[in-house]
Unconditional design. Structure first.
Length: 367
C-alpha cells in the first residue's frame, strides 16, 4: 500500500521552517485531511491531489512541500482511503511456479525495486504447479486486492483455461518463462541467442560431438535453448550431429541423462545443459564414473545460480540478468495501469557467458 513515510523522509530537511505550529497542534487532535496538507504545504487542494495521484505532473519543489506536509500531518490513512475510492490497491500480484527456484530471488529484487519506486507493494502467490492454488489466487485477485498480475509461471492462469484471451484478465505481464501468446507482453533473457553463444563457445574449443540435455517436457524455454544449440551446430558444421537427451531440469535428471548416454556406442565430448541444476547433475554422474571434468568432458549450464561458482569444477554457464528482468517487467506493467494503453511487446535481454573451470579442449583419446 502507498506509504508517504517511505517516500517522504528525505524531503523533511527541505520543508519550510515557518510552518504554523498552532496548525500542527490542531491537526494532532484529529485525523488529518487533504485540506490540512494543502494549508501546511501552502498549495491548493487540487495540487495535493495531483501530487499523490500523478506526481510526475507536479514540479519537484512542489512535490517536496506536499510530501513533507503529508509526513508531518500523518495523512497516510487518508491516502489509502483515496486509493479505495479510486478502486485501486497500489498492489501487484506476482504468480510464481516455485519460490524455491534459485532464479526467483534475483527477479523479485528487480520487481520490488521498480514497484517501490512507484509506491506499489507486491503480493506473492506460490503455486508449485498446483491448479487449485492458481484458482485460489485468481479469486483473490478478482476482489480488487491487486491492480495487476505478473506471471512467472510460463502460462496464463488458470492452467486449465488456455483459450482465455489475455484481455479477460487484469493487466498482466509475463516474465522469465515465455508464454506463447501474441496478446501478452513478455520480458526475459534471449534464450535462443544465449544458447547459441554457449554452444559456439564449446565449438570454439574444438568440440564436435555436443549433446543438449533438455528441460522439463513441454517447456517452451527448453525448446528455445534447443533451437539456439541447433543454430550454432548447423552454422559450424556441414553435417552436424544434432543430439539431445530428455531430462527434467533437475540435478537428478542430469545424472539420469548421463546414464542413458553410456548405453550408446558413442559418447559426446561436451554437454550443453538446459540449466545449472542439470549441469551439476551431469558433472556429478561423470565424476562418479571417475571421469575428469573438463579433461574428459566439458559441461556448460544456463542461469548462473549462486551454487554454480562453488561446485568443483566451477561451472561455465550463461548468466541471466535476473534483476533487470524483474525491473523491466514491473515497469512495463505499471506503465500500463490503469488504461492498458501500451501495446503488447516482447523484451529479450542479453545473457552473458561466464567462463569458469568446467570446459576445455576435447580429450584426443575420445575424439
Amino acid at each position: 500500500m502507498w506509504s508517504p513515510s517511505r517516500s517522504c523522509l528525505w524531503t523533511m530537511t527541505g520543508f519550510a521552517p515557518h510552518c504554523c505550529i498552532d496548525h500542527l497542534e490542531h491537526i494532532g487532535k484529529k485525523s488529518a485531511t487533504i485540506e490540512d496538507v494543502a494549508k501546511l504545504a501552502g498549495v491548493s487542494i487540487a495540487t495535493v491531489s495531483r501530487a499523490i495521484r500523478t506526481p510526475e505532473k507536479v514540479a519537484e519543489s512542489t512535490r517536496k512541500k506536499v510530501n513533507a506536509a503529508i509526513a508531518r500531518t500523518g495523512y497516510t490513512a487518508n491516502a489509502m482511503a483515496q486509493n479505495l475510492r479510486m478502486q485501486r490497491s497500489q498492489m501487484v500480484m506476482i504468480l510464481a511456479e516455485s519460490i524455491s527456484d534459485p532464479n526467483f530471488p534475483g527477479i523479485l529484487i528487480g520487481l520490488e525495486k521498480a514497484a517501490n519506486e512507484r509506491d506499489y507493494g507486491v503480493l506473492i502467490g506460490n503455486t508449485e504447479g498446483n491448479i487449485a492454488l492458481e484458482e485460489k489466487y485468481m479469486r483473490f485477485l478478482s476482489t480488487g486486492m491487486a491492480d495487476g498480475l505478473l506471471l512467472l509461471t510460463g502460462h496464463l492462469p488458470v492452467a486449465g483455461w488456455p483459450q482465455s484471451p489475455a484481455s479477460s484478465y487484469p493487466p498482466l505481464v509475463s516474465a522469465y518463462h515465455p508464454v506463447n501468446r501474441e496478446d501478452l507482453s513478455y520480458v526475459g533473457v534471449d534464450d535462443v541467442a544465449a544458447a547459441k553463444i554457449a554452444t559456439e563457445y564449446l565449438i570454439s574449443l574444438g568440440h564436435k560431438r555436443i549433446v543438449y540435455i533438455t528441460g522439463p517436457a513441454g517447456s517452451a524455454t527448453s525448446e528455445l535453448r534447443y533451437k539456439g544449440y541447433c543454430d550454432a551446430m548447423l552454422e559450424a558444421y556441414d553435417k552436424p550431429e544434432i543430439w539431445r537427451i530428455r531430462a527434467d531440469g533437475t540435478s537428478e535428471g542430469g545424472r539420469a541423462a548421463v546414464e542413458l548416454l553410456f548405453i550408446r556406442d558413442t559418447l559426446p565430448t561436451a554437454f550443453f545443459c538446459f540449466n545449472d541444476d542439470s549441469a551439476i547433475g551431469v558433472i556429478s554422474a561423470l565424476q562418479s564414473r571417475r571421469f575428469d571434468v573438463p579433461k574428459d568432458f566439458s559441461v556448460v549450464g544456463f542461469d548462473d545460480v549462486p551454487i554454480a561458482s562453488h561446485v568443483t569444477p566451477s561451472l561455465t554457464t550463461i548468466r541471466q540478468p535476473r534483476n533487470r528482468i524483474g525491473e523491466m517487467a514491473m515497469k512495463h506493467l505499471l506503465d500500463n495501469l490503469p488504461s492498458r494503453s501500451i501495446p503488447t511487446q516482447t523484451s529479450l535481454l542479453h545473457g552473458d557467458l561466464i567462463v569458469r573451470g568446467s570446459c576445455g579442449a576435447p580429450n584426443p583419446l575420445k575424439q
